[in-house]
Design a protein around this ligand. Structure first.
Ligand SMILES: [Ca+2]
Ligand SMILES: [Ca+2]
Length: 118
């Protein structure tokens, strides 16, 4: 039993050491990020609420698209889900104080005009 635990521990340490860091965005305060294939090209993208803007970072070059820059939207938690049931992922952002939860509906066909819903 002890030998098995040591073996598992060594395997876990080896696996953790193999994680490689990739910086995809930096320079402003950021408290939440969520990954998903928002452009439907098979590559994972990232949406972050950073520096007062909701930003979509598109893989593989992590090009930035501003989804929303409403004053005061500094979300500390985010999620994506198909809220309206139209088959694409929408963005949900939440802040702590004063409490606010917002969702942004992903438009059909274009990620640039990302209309806001509440
Ligand atoms: Ca993608
Ligand atoms: Ca949707």
């Amino acid at each position: 039993m002890v030998i098995a635990l040591i073996f598992v521990s060594i395997q876990l340490q080896t696996a953790l050491a193999e994680w490689k860091r990739h910086v995809i965005f930096e320079g402003v305060s950021n408290q939440t990020a969520i990954a998903g294939d928002y452009t439907k090209d098979g590559l994972p993208d990232v949406i972050t609420s950073a520096g007062g803007k909701v930003r979509l970072l598109v893989a593989p070059d992590w090009n930035e698209i501003i989804l929303d820059e409403t004053e005061g939207y500094r979300f500390i938690h985010s999620e994506t889900w198909d809220i309206d049931g139209d088959g694409d992922l929408d963005y949900i952002g939440a802040r702590y104080q004063p409490g606010l939860i917002v969702w942004l509906e992903q438009p059909t066909g274009s990620m640039i005009n990302f209309p806001q819903c509440r």
